[in-house]
Design a binder for this molecule. Structure first.
Ligand code: ARG
Length: 278
């Protein structure tokens, strides 16, 4: 093994163009509780959610992303969290099968969209919530379990995509999807909240990504990790100040957006974003 000399210079980061799927929160509200962030007894402001979502949409367009839209369905208030709609890689769309009845109709709705967009759709055999728990880092897929995604789906993903799939166990109900506890920064690095993972997962993360960014509980509590990177630009919650500082230090360009209204449903930037990889 060759050791690279540590350098004082900040590395130059390169962006690669991205294609993503989003869903306007036209019917967003919090009418049930399937994660600790959700309080159906409190009011939500749908028009504010739409305005904030628009700012994310505009940020992606400004970064030159190709942004595709799926039609929102009335009665599916969580459909805005497009990341959960599937996992798309190599032109294959592995469909989602949701844990809770309230979201189950979203699975077929997203699969229909993938089909019409020309993806090869694989109907899931096991419960999984798409990119919420399945994150591609370079050639490796990190797969979350513990609250939503059935570990049996990790094997299914390994069979379908023929990639290395590394399972991670989440232990804090507030960080119930992998994308709330871990952010993909580029092809070979991640950021995460250590307290969200069990001991074995922490050891694995430390072995795979010894130079990972460790975020504060405070930044994680505004879903700061729920961010989306093109390798250089990282769209994050504007309130995640220490995360922003760490990203700047490492040569990334953090782009802050405020999705406070969508946080009431337990989702942020990444939740609203499903990457489409042909
Ligand atoms: N209310 C949604 C749920 O609990 C939020 C989903 C957030 N999505 C995500 N990719 N983390 O299922």
């Amino acid at each position: 093994m060759t050791l690279t000399e540590p350098t004082a210079a900040t590395p130059e980061r390169t962006a690669t163009s991205r294609s993503v799927l989003m869903c306007r929160p036209q019917f967003f509200t919090v009418s049930y509780r399937i994660n600790p962030w959700m309080h159906p007894e409190d009011p939500t402001d749908t028009s504010l959610a739409v305005r904030q979502w628009d700012s994310l949409y505009e940020a992606y367009l400004a970064l030159g992303f190709d942004v595709q839209l799926i039609e929102p369905v009335e009665g599916l208030p969580d459909m805005v969290y497009a990341a959960n709609g599937g996992f798309v890689l190599d032109g294959i769309a592995y469909g989602a099968s949701f844990t809770y009845a309230q979201r189950q109709p979203e699975g077929p709705a997203y699969m229909d969209w993938f089909e019409q967009a020309g993806f090869e759709v694989r109907a899931p055999e096991h419960v999984n919530e798409g990119e919420g728990d399945l994150l591609l880092v370079g050639d490796r897929i990190l797969a979350g379990q513990g609250f939503r995604t059935d570990p049996a789906s990790h094997d299914e993903v390994r069979r379908i995509f023929g990639r290395e799939v590394v399972s991670m166990r989440l232990i804090n109900p507030s960080f119930y999807h992998l994308d709330t506890a871990l952010a993909v920064l580029g092809d070979d690095n991640v950021a995460y909240l250590p307290s969200a993972f069990d001991e074995a997962s922490l050891q694995t993360l430390d072995r795979l990504y010894p130079d990972a960014v460790v975020v504060t509980e405070e930044d994680a509590s505004v879903l700061g990790l729920n961010s989306y990177s093109d390798g250089r630009n990282i769209v994050i919650a504007s309130r995640a100040k220490d995360f922003e500082r760490q990203l700047l230090e490492r040569g990334y360009n953090p782009v802050g957006v405020d999705l406070s209204e969508l946080l009431l449903g337990g989702g942020g930037v990444k939740c609203c974003t499903l990457e489409l990889r042909r």
